[in-house]
Write a protein that binds this ligand. Sequence first.
Ligand code: COA
Length: 868
Amino acid sequence: MTKFFASLSQESRIHRFFSLSQPNDKLIDSFCDDSDPHVTFTLVVNRLVDGNVSIIAAGSYAARDPTTAEVAMAVSDKFQGKGIGTLLLERLALVAVMNGFRRFSAVTMAENKPMLDVFRESGFTVHTKTNEGYVEIDLSVIPSEASVARAEMRDRISTTASLLPFFQPRSVAVVGASRNPASIGGRLLHALLTTGFQGSTYPINPHTSVVASLPTYPSARDLPEAADLAVITVPKDAVLDVVEDCAARGIKSLVVITAGFAEVGAEGRNLQQRLLEKVRGYGMRMIGPNCLGLLNTDPAVRLNASFAPDFPPAGQVAFCSQSGALGLVIIRIARERALGLSNFVSIGNKADVSSNDLLQYWEENKQTNVILLYLESFGNPRRFARIAKRVSRHKPVVAVKAGRTAAGRRAAGSHTAALAASDVAVEALFHQTGVIRADTLDEMFDLAAALTSQPLPAGRRVAILTNAGGLGILCADTCEANGLLVRELSDSTKERLRQFLPSNASVMNPVDMIASAGADDFRKAGEILVSADEIDALIVLYIDVAMTDTTDLAEGVAAGVLAGRAHRTARKKPVLACVMAGAGSGKPICAGSEQVPNYAFPENAARALGKITAYAEWRNQPEASIPDFNDIAPRTAREICQDALQRHGESWLSAEDLRKVLTAMSLPLPRGGVATTANEAARLAREIGFPVAVKLASRRIVHKTEVGGVRLNLQNESAVRQAFADIQERLGRAEKLDAMDGVLVQPMIPAGVELMVGVTQDPLFGPLIGFGLGGIHVEILKDVCFRVTPITDRDATELVRTIKGYRLLEGYRGHPPADISAIEELLLRVSRLVEEVPEISELDLNPVFALPPGQGCLIVDARIRVEH
Ligand code: COA
């Protein structure tokens, strides 16, 4: 640190310390003291320079009082103006908030404009006061919508800029360009050259002077220019040295094809860590290791920096695959299905560049309109959630997440060093972020075909047009099973169809034109259906009974679609086809400049349309928000949990603490409290009013009913005293008396629908909130739905309505309806609680009684477990 401050220019030192002299040792020691972040905290930014680590920036805060800290920072002169100061402030603020601070104050010289800009551009609410050449700055460090938006924007801009050289390099070095054309390095060089890369190629190989007719360089250090991108295919023990060479030549982007890193165990993990430290230390970015490479089909680039022999047709689909081998197949299938790709990236072990980074890059990339992800793991699901939710609002993201089953997860773990995630959490995450989940690779291609060529539907109503009843039935069933509506057509549409169809054709829906239907019938019916007001989408099915050429038929369908599209209302209606058998089946049908995707089976078309429709609905909803509450004290809740953790270690909260935590979040609890003697219980009961319930209060006994710890409907004080004595006696007999903290006395609550709200911690995703009907329903019927926290107002609304038992909440056969908005609010408050108190490892509110509208709901029983 002393060296760093000494290295600053005079001007920078004056700006930081208001003095030319070096900071004294005592001050520097205080920066380096990391013993208590409630008092002081320093972050440093390291950079590798010629293999040595040196500090290039440092920022500190020091407490003025428990909620305000003074902040100051300095960035090495050479690295100023690159956003490091802003990042330091952002991270310091984060640490400060976690340690109870709410405000930062700072003093800076009025002439120090760059520093003032850092504060002003941070997105935090900043107040300044100028005083004799100095500016006093005061800012709230509590994350606000503006500060989060700024941080996200910075992340997006810097990520996109750092990835640009991967996709648009003007020159590529192939390090390990082998003389052996069959080796990976040889194949890669060949792919780069034969695809027609528009930039320069530099083969690097110390063992030869020429490869593939190109002169080689012994090392990246010898290159005539700093190549924009280096692709590394040398054996694993040589990779780290090659990275040094690349850094020395100023190369900033690396693709490491070489395998043998985190995917092979502890030693490989160690090597990968060292590789990553080098890459980050030099400020480089890296795709891989253990990957296939990347492709960009843009005619101005034509980059095949992979050892995939095929180059896909250019198009709008960007593909990120966590498996390289699968990537080879994917590129081949894309060719076969005429699906145009914009980019393909195999991210391998994703030590540095992740699918999250690529999502951000493709978000703004003009060539890309649909994003496909093959994922085996999530590095940072919370970041994925934030980015995917934003991207999905204007570009569809389709994901295949492998590892649904325990066996699949085991395989994923050893495959690309993936961290397994529970499928419930994955499902919830995709749902909340608008990501379309494809169950299979085949389905992913089906979805991509429709998303690239067809508009998103405005609703769920589908017309099915066929020449074979069987196909129509299969398709209709799958449509309905996937949330689509196959309703009877309007009278006027039926009438128009009847005018040219034979009498034994059916004009209901599906429209079965029977086997004799020809291309002209498909044209006429297609036009009528695409333009019919009662329809949001059309599926055309054809089976060629003669098994001959279907070209005519395809032309008929195309002409019908084109004619239909001439009607203004028909422009937003997707059309999907399934032309079975005969030559030409499987290929998309060209209707002018439009391509109608052509599926192998009617069910594929129906499933794809179902998922696309659900996505369109998600996208059309107004943006959701996480509401704030002004009657909550999350800090108090956290302090109680931390205190309990300190006193009792990892355990369930006592009834008293539990009550305090829930009260701090203004969660609806019945009146009453905990009594440690029979007399106290009687007094509490008197205050509450009879009848009351008396329940065992214990941190250790979780299932109170099983030990006879619950007495209901007690009508007077003596019954309460008796209940206390009974519970005591039962526990005494079971030799568990020391587990009794007392009893909880509650009023009897008028019966309502029993609900449950639970939270568990997923090791990767964090808190997962579950909601369902309580009591036996949850135990036997498992009618519970999950979301990843933090949940939005929309998540809460949806969660309540997704459970099968929702009809009960609406009021059903004598059951009064429930106060739904109170339930939604309860979910939002619980989500906030577990977000603010990471010590909560498990939470169970069961039962929660839902009372009639306007009367709220009540948490009748609860438990919270705290862990480190
Ligand atoms: N700089 C430049 N070139 C170097 C070098 C260095 N420091 N060290 C070696 N080379 C050259 C070699 O001379 C050789 O060229 P040559 O054949 O003309 O002599 C070339 O690099 C490759 O070295 P070689 O020892 O033949 O390695 P290899 O081809 O057997 O294996 C990998 C290299 C990267 C392919 C291999 O280590 C590997 O990781 N394979 C698995 C890759 C994989 O599956 N990735 C994931 C895909 S999904």
